[in-house]
Design a binder for this molecule. Structure first.
Ligand SMILES: Cc1cc2nc3c(=O)[nH]c(=O)nc-3n(C[C@H](O)[C@H](O)[C@H](O)COP(=O)(O)OP(=O)(O)OC[C@H]3O[C@@H](n4cnc5c(N)ncnc54)[C@H](O)[C@@H]3O)c2cc1C
Length: 332
């Protein structure tokens, strides 16, 4: 175990909303990961004021200190968030910084590492401490190789690690005394003040859980022939996010933000369900971290069946309605 503190950037569900926002699922995973790495403090950094309920959720999830840097609307500007993380590092002297490996987290990891003159690793799916060194593992080359990097916090500065959502098992948090709030003043850099939020609106594809954080993802490929209502009809009762192959996005059947794969999102859900997806390597490289893979495809030779734990050779227009009906029946 490390004995130095570990700093965790905690994202809240409704960034920019008043107090009362809850930590995102990936943030709770980061706190659990941090707790398993250090015998020292796990310091949660949030970017807006929080209420006592959130402060006790953070304690129950493994946090032992809570820094609040109230960035207001600048909380959406990566350079400002990087300034806050660096200020927090100055306050607590962490052995490592953990952020979520989503689009913003990866950018942030790079920015913070430059400011700290240290190093960053993104897309990490496993963290452990061996002989006082932090080891970060990730899949590379379209998921065909697993690599492990050793980062020595005491020799090479504070490493910034972006951890893939869904990689850490989290126990249901028990009740805990709320953490005391320590305000953190942040002097914004010229890079941060040069950017300001002009407008903000929720993307239409954002209905349901966020793709990168969802426990279950239902993906539509060319085989759904543009019928994403069919995909949603299965996703909704499962509380799943809707994803797509590049072909489906190219066809304009769904927003580009839903694309999964080499040039899209990398996901690690507990359950992936592919509908009319052939399983091309450019797509499956984005789902290497998935738990169970289920495929419905009419071509028994499709490569998706090589990685599927459960496969149905059939027409999605026949199989999906039966699946939905069975789910309805099981739920009474
Ligand atoms: C550099 C590069 C980067 C790329 N990046 C990505 C990426 O990030 N993500 C990505 O997804 N792709 C990416 N691609 C494209 C990728 O190579 C594949 O072309 C794409 O993933 C195929 O999508 P698909 O499975 O929907 O379509 P297809 O490969 O055409 O497969 C559709 C499947 O559905 C089956 N089917 C048809 N009708 C039905 C039906 N009614 N019921 C059941 N099954 C049916 C077909 O038999 C077929 O097996 C990339 C390609 C390149 C060159």
């Amino acid at each position: 175990m490390l004995d130095a503190p570990v700093l965790v950037l905690v994202d809240l569900e409704t960034s920019g909303a008043p107090q009362g926002a809850t930590p995102t699922a990936p943030a709770l995973e980061l706190l659990a990961a941090a707790r398993s790495l250090t015998s020292g403090e796990v310091v949660a950094l949030v970017l807006q004021p929080v209420d006592t309920e959130t402060a006790s959720t953070l304690a129950a999830a493994g946090g032992s200190r809570l820094l609040v840097a109230d960035l207001g609307e600048q909380a959406v500007v990566s350079a400002a968030v990087a300034d806050a993380v660096v200020a927090a590092c100055g306050r607590v002297g962490p052995g490592a910084v953990l952020v979520a490996s989503d689009f913003r987290g990866k950018e942030l990891a790079g920015r913070v590492a430059i400011l700290l003159e240290s190093a960053c690793v993104s897309d990490v799916s496993r963290l452990e401490v061996v002989d006082g060194d932090l080891r970060a593992s990730k899949l590379v080359l379209s998921g065909s190789w697993a690599t492990t990097m050793s980062v020595a916090p005491h020799r090479e500065g504070t490493p910034v690690i972006a951890v893939r959502p869904g990689s850490v098992e989290v126990q249901a948090p028990a009740g805990a005394e709320p953490l005391g709030v320590e305000p953190l003043e942040v002097a914004l850099s010229p890079e941060a003040t040069a950017t300001r939020l002009v407008s903000r609106e929720e993307a239409s594809a954002a209905a349901g859980p966020a793709l990168g954080e969802a426990r279950t993802v239902v993906v539509g490929g060319r085989g759904v022939d543009g019928d994403f209502d069919l995909v949603r009809s299965l996703a909704e009762p499962l509380g799943a996010a809707v994803g797509a192959t590049r072909v489906a996005c190219d066809e304009g059947w769904i927003d580009r933000s839903a694309q999964i794969g080499q040039t899209g999102e990398t996901i690690a859900p507990r359950l992936y369900i592919g509908l009319g997806v052939s399983g091309a390597i450019h797509h499956t490289s984005g789902i290497q971290g998935a738990g169970a893979v289920v495929a419905v495809c009419d071509d028994s030779e499709a490569p998706i069946f090589e990685m599927a734990d459960f496969g149905v050779v059939g027409d999605v227009t026949e199989v999906v309605p039966q699946l939905v009906e069975e789910l309805d029946r099981l739920r009474g």
